[in-house]
Structures are given as structure tokens and as C-alpha cells.
Write a protein of this length. Structure first.
Length: 128
């Protein structure tokens, strides 16, 4: 049962942090542009949460954003506690993640493998 609660809490924390990204004034976060919360892992006792942050601009931007999130940890913990009605909010640990950059690279490679369709008049040549 505890795993279901941790799973729900993970999704709730991910949603809250994603929504609050737009309100944070830190220039390292830049209003959440090109950033995403990939996933949150909450400990089974709810005392600790790892938040994975990724950027469309690469891992260096994600690392800068992590520093911005670390400085806003107190605000985010208070918001999580208020929204979820928790007496004690989990400790937040932000981690830079390159999964978006990695998936973009995979997509690019897959597109290189797919043969280009010849340009034509729509596929029918009128001959039978």
C-alpha cells in the first residue's frame, strides 16, 4: 500500500513543481522555458524526494536550472506541503537529467534510417 501512496505523491509533486516553475524568478530557471520535470522518486516513507530536471537545451542548462531549484527549495517545500496538506514535506533533491537530449538524438538517428519518400504527384501515375 505504501508504494501506491508514494507513486501518487510522486506525480503530485511533479505536477506542483512543474506548475511553480513559471512563477520562480531565478534567471537560472528562466520561467521554466525549455525545462521539464522528467520524474520524481519519493521514498516509501515520504521523507525524501529526488526530482529529475531536464532541458531541451542540453545537460549544461539542466545543471544551471538545478542550482536555481536548490535555492528555491524552501518555497517549493512549503507549496507542496500546502497543496497536499502534509505536516512534513519531503526533502527535495534536484538532479540534472539528459533524457530529453538523449531522446532527441534517438529520434534524429531513426529519421536518418527511414528512407525519404520520392516527391511526386500523390502516388497515382494514371497507368493501369
Amino acid at each position: 500500500m505504501a508504494s501506491h501512496k508514494a507513486g501518487r505523491m510522486s506525480e503530485d509533486i511533479k505536477r506542483i513543481i512543474s506548475g511553480k516553475m513559471l512563477e520562480l524568478k531565478d534567471p537560472r530557471i528562466n520561467g521554466g522555458q525549455f525545462l521539464t520535470v522528467v520524474r520524481c522518486d519519493v521514498a516509501s516513507d515520504g521523507s525524501y524526494c529526488k526530482v529529475y530536471i531536464s532541458s531541451f537545451r542540453g545537460i549544461d542548462e539542466a545543471k544551471k536550472a538545478v542550482k536555481g531549484f536548490e535555492s528555491a527549495t524552501g518555497y517549493l517545500k512549503r507549496e507542496i506541503s500546502n497543496v497536499l496538506g502534509l505536516k512534513k514535506s519531503p526533502e527535495l533533491k534536484f538532479i540534472a537529467d539528459d533524457s530529453i537530449e538523449h531522446s532527441a538524438e534517438i529520434t534524429r538517428r531513426l529519421r536518418e534510417l527511414v528512407p525519404k519518400e520520392p516527391e511526386g504527384d500523390g502516388g497515382e501515375d494514371g497507368e493501369e
